[in-house]
Ligand binder design. Structure first.
Ligand code: PEP
Ligand code: MN
Length: 367
């Protein structure tokens, strides 16, 4: 990556109307009517800067709706003409790029599965050589910062200077509240490595549920993201893809009105960024801490079951003394006071005993 990136700031993109920069539209273009009604609804709600829609949809399993293909481009072109909203669509190979350029799409976006595939990104970069378009690059599906940086490099080397990033979360094997885990530390790290590149957040694919959109969007604003990409459909209930996470244009307007935007005085902005980024790291570490405690309790419960089956008493004093002793020694080397370790581990121990007692007494677990 060259030292001084010549990235065009979002404030100089023709489409920019202030923070947050809002990209909205359906997950998929489904019919001319659906595209037009959604676009007109978004125009009326008044907060959208750019219209999005998927024409070619990367679906996890075959035989689901895979997008309408190139014919959707003429519907989008018409929507642009009637609303004045610039367009963005997802491209995943060179043919998609040529089609999009032919129809005057303003900004292309690389989906999370594409960013994870250097062959595809390179093919797209080659097709983009010399084109005057913007490119938004979603994070790869897996939490790999270098892969994300690699995609930026490939697009940058093709001569594209209007580059933006979209944080859409990371897939996990475990089922969680989120469809894709936000792992905020990754976009935060990216923002500190490449501060010139605008960063949008996609709460729709992180949350996977309309009910989570506001919280995630607010968090992105608190972390000084530049904008949001939110899926909006004129009638989400009947959407052919991602129905649960889409909201109507009117609901989008309400959501955006609820967002609290900080307006730091300019001289404070840098300091505020630093603080917000550090707070993001603390939040992430706290989440990790809770997850570790949860995992510890699961092991404790397995031990509890074992003790019950084999008629062993719950409290094993010697074992407990060893744990406390070792932890105090280790903690001291990390600059943590004896008193703190003692109190913390006692609390954890007490909670562990409570869990094992419940198992012994056959009580159902509180969840
Ligand atoms: C989308 O934006 O509809 C999409 C497919 O997103 P992602 O690449 O983030 O899964
Ligand atoms: Mn989608």
């Amino acid at each position: 990556m060259p030292k001084n990136l010549q990235i065009k700031p979002l404030s100089e993109w023709e489409e920019y109307n202030g923070r947050p920069f809002v990209v909205a539209g359906p997950c998929s273009a489904e019919s001319e009517k659906q595209v037009m009604e959604t676009a007109l609804g978004l125009k009326k709600a008044g907060r959208t800067d750019m219209l999005r829609a998927g024409i070619w949809k990367p679906r996890t399993r075959p035989n689901s709706f895979e997008g309408v293909g190139s014919k959707g481009l003429s519907w989008l072109k018409k929507a642009k003409k009637e609303t004045g909203l610039p367009l963005t669509i997802e491209v995943a190979n060179a043919t998609h790029v040529y089609e999009a350029l032919k129809f005057g799409v303003d900004v292309l976006w690389l989906g999370a599965r594409t960013t994870a595939n250097p062959f595809a990104v390179q093919e797209i970069a080659n097709a983009l050589e010399g084109a005057d378009v913007g490119v938004l690059i979603k994070n790869p599906v897996n939490p790999d910062l270098e892969l994300w940086v690699g995609a930026i490099e490939r697009i940058y080397q093709a001569g594209i200077r209007k580059i933006g990033l979209i944080h859409r979360g990371f897939s996990t094997y475990e089922k969680t509240t989120y469809r894709n885990l936000p792992q905020w530390q990754i976009p935060i790290e990216m923002k500190s490595r490449l501060p010139e590149i605008p960063m949008l957040n996609d709460p729709s694919h992180i949350g996977g549920d309309a009910a989570l959109l506001l919280d995630i969007s607010q968090k992105a604003m608190d972390l000084n993201f530049d904008g949001l990409m939110i899926e909006s459909h004129i009638n989400p209930k009947v959407a052919l893809s991602d129905a649960k996470q889409q909201i109507t244009p009117a609901e989008l307007g309400i959501l955006l009105d609820k967002l609290v935007l900080r307006s730091p005085r300019p001289q404070d902005e840098r300091q505020l960024n630093v603080l917000e980024e550090l707070r993001g790291k603390i939040d992430w570490l706290d989440d990790q801490f809770l997850e570790l405690i949860e995992q510890r309790m699961q092991v404790v419960e397995t031990i509890g079951e074992y003790k019950k089956r084999n008629n062993i008493s719950i409290l094993q004093n010697k074992r407990w003394e060893d744990i406390i002793y070792k932890s105090i020694e280790k903690g001291a080397k990390k600059g943590l006071s004896r008193e703190f370790i003692n109190r913390t581990f006692k609390a954890i121990h007490q909670e562990s005993i409570n869990h094992q007692m419940e198992i012994l007494n056959g009580k159902p677990k509180e969840k």
